[in-house]
Design a protein around this ligand. Structure first.
Ligand SMILES: Nc1nc2c(ncn2[C@@H]2O[C@H](COP(=O)(O)OP(=O)(O)OP(=O)(O)O)[C@@H](O)[C@H]2O)c(=O)[nH]1
Length: 709
């Protein structure tokens, strides 16, 4: 292989991961065998016109002037012709700097071994005399009638701009950033940052980190309040040059006076009650989540002895005695039959310090979409890790872990998803240590392996706690361990103690009402009811509410908060809301109950900043994905790869990359098949977080940076 022609290490990795290299080499070998030629590896590696490996580099490459690049390629091709071609055979297309593909199409076929030209080939001399023409599409009928614009007169665009300039008060357009590169670079330029809308937006972007650091509060961008006549402010994408539909800035929202005072009263009156906490229980399938929570509910007095005996009897009769505690939460027949949680089980209980809404998520990879809906509502997570020999390793297996691999453990996927969905606090509960004599070494080993991964996924070390617990026997759940083997070394908190240490739910009442619908069911006293967590605002009985994307308005008939009838529900509450005046068909999981005057946007094209997870195949433009956000999911495609970003600074490292590799941070454009209820992250975090899945795997997580349509 000639030096200087090798792909860089990252591009080699990419080629390997795609198997392009092997596939192409295989094709060349097959061709060589068929044509009786020797396969020349060096020649194969010269064929770099098909894949410009520079385009896959992570690091910025110095921009080569287009002409210089073409000339360089031409020179390389010409050199090739001189080296590998028949002596004396001219290579006109190569000399003209044509690509390898064009040369194949245009150059004369090589001479036969006898030295004669191939049958039907045009004589080389005759060919050389002809002007070089590359194939062009035949003219479309009628096209001849279209007169070509010769640029001697003002273009239609120039006429429009000239007319606009004559309008009094017209502000000339800021030079629009033509690529993500220029706009994002502008974001790093403090002096330029105040000059245009795009700078504000990209500055906000630079503040948000998903990978390696906790997403910080981005300043809500000052929204355009200009008249529609004003030119669009610059944008990081060419396609977004058209201004998005004008929406009112959420910063202009003022809660209705009556509702504000009721919220204040409710918060003051409720000072005696415990702060709320939405807690999701995550982990690989069979890690022991349902068993631990079933036992915890029993030990806290929420599940009576009668129920325990009943589930024990039923589980034993079904030959699944070990699942009896799990059956306290896994009530559905298919869950019991399969021995796995399918849907998120929601239960409420109180600890000494917290009023907890528990979301027991399924661990099986088939039900990750349900897990996402649960984790999207959570303030904190218990990440269950199977401490039994081989158990942790199975759950922590990376994607593509070899032949026969299940495709990656859900310990990784759940942790990454939870963080990207806004969960900042996590307690890792190492279960099943009873199977290895409560080995402290095993516990420490798991901590040592998992901690770097969790930090890399965006959890702050100070926000991660570690503890052992055994669901089957109740060790270290509500009381310190009694087993001497565990008590000998564990002096830390119990599961309940950890739950009490989590920061409670933040109440975001200063924003317009948003309640993503997680459940639709028949109301107890007629009407259709919806369940979910209020991410912002408040609602009370009799109030008008809108439902998007159905775009219908109705009113609130009754409310239940924490299973109790209520007249008011506020941000941070999990509520069941019965509605009137809205057809049941207009309500579905993933819809959003919102303020009728401040409806949630319906988004059909968006720009997102994503982090690519452990993908086996790079993400390409046009890739089909399922887009998950709050309780909604929709198929769609990654319609553009706008820029690869430096994960730490948010600076563009490559504009319009051809592919996104594992671990890369990037700005992409996503087009869902149907409009979705989304918000820009800087406006409304809970509705601005997304996850992209493909083929049953989460391929990327991120945030909505701009609503484009
Ligand atoms: N020895 C031992 N077995 C446990 C422990 N916790 C759970 N198990 C067993 O592990 C199996 C799976 O438990 P589950 O609670 O259903 O696991 P899960 O994580 O909820 O499973 P999914 O919800 O389906 O992902 C059952 O047979 C339990 O009896 C534990 O601490 N020690």
């Amino acid at each position: 292989m000639p030096s200087g022609k090798r792909a860089t290490s990252s591009s080699e990795g990419f080629a390997k991961s795609l198997n392009y290299g092997d596939r192409q080499r295989g094709c060349c070998r097959t061709y060589a065998a068929m044509s009786g030629k020797r396969f020349d590896e060096d020649e194969y590696y010269d064929e770099e016109d098909y894949y410009d490996y520079d385009d896959y580099d992570d690091e910025p490459v110095a921009a080569k002037p287009a002409a210089a690049k073409t000339a360089a390629k031409g020179a390389s091709s010409a050199g090739k012709a001189g080296k590998g071609g028949k002596a004396g055979t001219p290579a006109p297309a190569a000399a003209a700097g044509a690509s390898t593909l064009a040369q194949c199409l245009c150059d004369p076929p090589p001479l036969r071994p006898s030295g004669k030209p191939q049958k039907g080939a045009v004589k080389t001399a005759k060919l050389a005399a002809q002007p070089r023409r590359f194939p062009v599409a035949p003219p479309v009928p009628g096209e001849e009638a279209i007169r070509r614009f010769d640029f001697s007169t003002p273009s239609p665009d120039e006429r429009v701009l000239a007319a606009q300039r004559r309008v009094p008060g017209y502000a000339p357009a800021q030079p629009a950033a033509s690529t993500a590169t220029s706009s994002a670079r502008a974001a790093t330029n403090a002096s330029a940052s105040s000059s245009s809308g795009v700078d504000a937006a990209t500055n906000g972007l630079a503040d948000i980190r998903i990978n390696g650091a906790v997403a910080s509060a981005a300043q809500p961008p000052v929204r355009q309040t200009d008249s529609p006549r004003d030119p669009p402010k610059g944008s990081p994408t060419k396609r977004s040059a058209a201004p998005p539909a004008q929406r009112r800035s959420l910063s202009g929202y003022q809660m209705e006076a009556g509702l504000t005072s009721e919220c204040e009263q409710a918060q003051q009156g409720g000072s005696g009650s415990k702060p709320k906490l939405h807690l999701v229980v995550l982990g690989h399938v069979d890690a022991g989540k349902s068993t631990l929570m079933g036992r915890l509910l029993h030990d806290l007095g929420y599940v009576g002895q009668k129920v325990v005996h009943k589930t024990q009897k039923e589980a034993a009769e079904a030959g699944k005695a070990s699942f009896s505690w799990a059956w306290v939460l896994d009530e559905r027949p298919e869950e019991r039959a399969r021995g796995v949680t399918v849907d998120v089980a929601t239960t409420r209980f109180e600890t000494p310090q917290r009023n907890v809404t528990l979301l027991d998520a399924p661990g099986h990879r088939d039900f990750v979409p349900n897990m996402i809906a649960g984790a999207a509502q959570a303030d904190a997570a218990l990440l269950l890790v199977d401490g039994s020999p081989g158990g942790f390793e199975a759950g922590f297996e990376p994607a593509g872990g070899g032949f026969g691999s299940s495709g990656g453990g859900q310990t990784r996927e759940h942790a990454q998803l939870a963080r990207s969905l806004g969960v900042e606090q996590v307690a890792v509960v190492v279960s099943k240590l009873d199977t290895c004599d409560f080995s402290q070494d095993r516990f420490e080993h798991i901590r040592a392996v998992l901690l770097p991964f969790l930090k890399q996924s965006g959890f702050r070390e100070a926000a991660i706690s570690w503890l052992p617990a055994v669901g089957l026997t109740g060790e270290n759940l509500t009381r310190p361990p009694t087993d001497p083997l565990l008590a000998a070394w564990w002096k830390g908190p119990t599961v309940v103690g950890i739950i009490d240490s989590f920061k409670p739910t933040q109440r975001n009442t200063g924003r317009p009402l948003r309640m993503p619908i997680a459940d639709v069911f028949k109301g107890q006293r007629g009407g259709t009811a919806v369940g979910g967590k209020l991410e912002g605002g408040a609602l009370k009985v009799g109030m008008r509410v809108a439902v998007q994307p159905s775009n219908v308005v109705g009113s609130v008939k009754s409310i239940e908060v924490d299973g109790q009838p209520a007249t008011l529900a506020m941000a941070g509450d999990s509520a069941d809301v019965t509605l009137t005046g809205i057809d049941a068909a207009a309500l579905s999981t993933g819809s959003v109950l919102c303020h009728p005057d401040w409806p949630v946007p319906l988004v059909s094209r968006l720009e997102a900043r994503i982090v690519v997870l452990e993908v086996q195949v790079p993400i390409l433009k046009g890739q089909q994905v399922t887009l998950h956000a709050h309780s909604a999911r929709e198929t769609g495609q990654i319609s553009h790869l706008l820029a690869a970003l430096n994960p730490k600074t948010g600076e563009v490292t490559k504009s319009k990359p051809r592919a996104l590799l594992k671990g890369q941070t990037a700005l992409v454009e996503i087009t869902p098949a149907r409009s979705m209820c989304l918000e820009e992250y800087s406006d409304y975090r809970a509705l601005g977080r997304i996850a992209l899945r493909d083929g049953g795997r989460t391929v990327a997580v991120g945030i909505v940076t701009r609503i484009l349509e």
